[in-house]
Design a binder for this molecule. Structure first.
Ligand SMILES: [Mn+2]
Length: 243
């Protein structure tokens, strides 16, 4: 068995970005695709994104978990875009979401969560005041996890970080939303580029090799979809990568 995994997080219903990432992965057909959640929520193309992942799973192993905003859809947490997403997905799409867990251990090697272990709403690596959280705090969240490598999403910021025991935590960044602003607490996350981000991780003789990828795609298509749904905020984030 090869030990190759493509990490896709925070796709957020951006089919144009997902298509570009899957095109980029054409030379890695035997890699497992790990979807780190916040897959479908947003004013773009939730249904198309869901369908594209189903098609991908016909030719590649695809494993996914839910993020906080997938959960928001399932729990019908009110937002400007909730009704659109629920209507687009219909019962079958919602059932697909419902089946996904909050975290998984893949091949007894790769631990996958959305935010941090046990909490899909918190950043594992980032502190809003200091940039990174204290290493002791990051490490404490990893203490009980029996895995060689740990992966998370949610912050939309690509990173790789080494723990004192040598294990790594990898955040691939966001496929579909390169910046955002949140109100609870008020803060912005931004990469500064309108690119689709993902990561490849592979076990080698020298240890795990991590490759972050930044993929150009037709982001204007996503901007148009956001504008069609009166989401000027998303349109700005998608067009620039700044929030
Ligand atoms: Mn999230």
């Amino acid at each position: 068995m090869n030990l190759r995994y493509a990490l896709l997080s925070d796709i957020h219903g951006n089919l144009a970005a997902l298509d570009a990432v899957l095109d980029d992965l054409a030379d890695w057909p035997d890699a497992t695709l790990l979807d780190l959640g916040d897959t479908l929520y947003g004013p773009l193309d939730p249904r198309g994104t869901w369908q594209r992942l189903l098609v991908e799973s016909e030719t590649r192993r695809v494993l996914g978990i839910n993020g906080n905003q997938d959960r928001d859809v399932l729990e019908r947490r009110p937002s400007a875009t909730l009704g659109f997403v629920v209507d687009e997905l219909g019962d079958a799409g919602l059932r697909w979401l419902q089946k996904r867990p909050a975290s998984i251990l893949v091949d007894n090697l790769v631990y996958v969560c959305h935010g941090k272990p046990g909490d899909d709403t918190r950043y594992w690596l980032e502190d809003l005041d200091d940039g990174l959280r204290a290493l002791a705090d990051i490490n404490a969240d990893a203490a009980d996890i029996a895995a060689e490598i740990l992966v998370c999403g949610h912050s939309h910021i690509p990173r790789v970080l080494t723990l004192p025991d040598g294990r790594m935590i990898v955040n691939p960044g966001s496929v579909g939303l390169p910046a955002f602003r949140d109100s609870d607490p008020p803060h912005a996350m931004q990469t500064g580029a309108p690119l689709a981000r993902y990561a490849r991780i592979e076990a080698t003789d020298r240890g795990w090799l991590i490759a972050h990828r930044a993929i150009p795609y037709d982001h204007e298509q996503a901007v148009e979809q956001a504008l069609d749904r009166d989401r000027l905020d998303w349109a700005q984030w998608l067009s620039s990568g700044w929030a």
